[in-house]
Design a binder for this molecule. Structure first.
Ligand code: ADP
Ligand code: MG
Length: 430
């Protein structure tokens, strides 16, 4: 029996080599892990940059952008499609989100609006806890339709004003309102898309309605009715109206014994074809902004009313009327302390008219409910549009997507929500 060999002195050494290697492997692993994490972070940053156009550098909203991005990645998106069915409502309320503009992008603003489906919208309101931890207050709203930043004026038209055109051929009144903060896209939607300072009046809702009115007029079923088309275009500033088809001539708004309100002397121009009406839209729109230092300074404080009127040929008898209204900026209703007396009074008038408008539309949807049309010039003028079962209306609430506008955006959405309260319980899982 040979004695058992002495323990090889190499063994422990080998172990230690092995241990050494394992340490090294661990380090390599760690390095690889941190590299992966770094890569992932960079990829995430890049994706935020690509999707939201912002980078971490000096951006106080970077953390919020990251959270919004994370929130969005958990959603399934089913936006509105042109082929989706158009629902016939007496009152339609919808929202259109405009994209961030170049100025907002240059300022590294964050887009805080998500449109997951054709009728839902989420506002990601940035907030801080008491210990200054950042968090998002995600507020959900539901409307008849929500148009995201990729929608064109034509799509918006298809689901909002277009279904109302037939109303005025069937003895009813139709109204379409653009509501929202100055700069959110009311005039872009109603009057036509802007390319720089040039406006393309052809793709505004005014022109799209006018085009459809003429094609209806030539349909056999309506041709026999012998109808003629006319149009008027005016602006309401405080308690006074100005004729946009007559060099902003000042017009008096009078009420007769039967509570019928008349805008005395308002131009009502007969039109025989689409081109005639296009001329009026162009003329009136340019008149509205003429003589202003900045495109928004004055027009944001007035309601613009464009009306297409159908009458029986030969007589004065009214068959139907489509009123399209580019409302004053809703932030103007809150103009108070800072401004001068004139601006404050105008602000109060705007506020009053927007509140009365909301109640009048609500009353239209509820039989027997009181319509407080006497509260403002706007609602007095539109009174006949808020009565009768045949009257239909639609409101397009315009919002901008940037974080800087989030308070105004929430105000706009809450107002629109009150105009037509839709049950908000069947949200998609988020
Ligand atoms: P408002 O009439 O509500 O004050 P505007 O319609 O004048 O606002 O819009 C302000 C600016 O934003 C315009 O330059 C307009 O072209 C742009 N804009 C508005 N909505 C959109 C949109 N959906 N897509 C692209 N640009 C838009
Ligand atoms: Mg405008």
């Amino acid at each position: 029996n040979s004695p058992s060999p002495p323990e090889s002195p190499k063994k422990p050494k080998r172990e230690s080599i092995f241990e050494f290697k394992s340490e090294a492997a661990k380090k390599v692993e760690l390095i690889a892990k941190s590299r992966d994490e770094r890569r992932q972070k960079l990829a995430e940053e890049k994706s935020i940059r690509d999707q939201m156009g912002i980078s971490e550098h000096n951006n106080p909203y970077y953390e919020f952008a990251r959270m919004i991005n994370e929130f969005k990645s958990s959603l399934e998106f089913h936006p509105l499609k042109d082929s989706d069915p158009v629902i016939e409502n007496q009152i339609t309320v919808c929202v259109r989100k405009r994209p961030l503009n170049t100025r907002e992008k240059n300022r590294n603003e964050v887009d805080v609006i998500t449109v997951p489906t054709k009728n839902q919208i989420i506002v990601h309101e940035p907030k801080h806890k008491v210990d200054l931890t950042k968090y998002l207050d995600n507020q959900h709203f539901r409307f008849d339709y929500v148009f995201d930043e990729t929608c064109t004026n034509e799509t918006v038209y298809k689901f909002t004003a277009q279904p109302l055109v037939k109303t005025i051929f069937e003895g009813g009144m139709a109204t379409c309102f653009a509501y929202g903060q100055t700069g959110a896209g009311k005039t872009h939607t109603m009057g036509g898309e802007f390319k720089g300072k040039q406006q393309n009046f052809k793709n505004g809702i005014y022109a799209l309605v006018a085009t459809d009115v003429f094609s209806f007029l030539n349909q056999p079923s309506y041709k026999d009715k012998n109808l003629v088309v006319s149009a008027s275009f005016f602006e309401i500033y405080g308690k006074v109206a100005y004729d946009l088809l007559a060099k902003k001539q000042r017009l008096r708004v009078l009420e007769d014994g039967k509570q019928v309100v008349q805008v005395v002397g308002l131009t009502e121009r007969m039109v025989g074809k689409v081109d005639d009406i296009m001329d009026l839209i162009r003329k009136g729109s340019l008149e509205r902004t003429s003589g202003q230092t900045s495109a928004n300074s004055n027009s944001s404080r007035s309601h613009a009313v464009f009306q297409i009127i159908l009458r029986k040929a030969g007589g004065k008898q009214l068959e139907g009327k489509f009123s399209l209204i580019d409302l004053a900026g809703n932030e103007r209703g809150a103009d108070n302390s800072k401004s001068n007396k004139q601006t404050r009074l105008e602000g109060a008038d705007i506020n009053k008219s927007l509140l009365a408008l909301k109640e009048c539309i609500r009353a239209l949807g509820k039989k027997g409910k009181h319509c407080p049309f006497r509260e403002s010039i706007l609602t007095k003028i539109l009174r006949d549009s808020f009565i009768g079962e045949k009257s239909r209306t639609c409101m397009i609430a315009l919002i901008s997507s940037s974080v800087g506008s989030v308070d105004h955006t929430l105000n706009t959405l809450r107002y629109a929500d009150r105009v037509k309260e839709l049950v908000a319980n069947d949200f998609c899982e988020v």
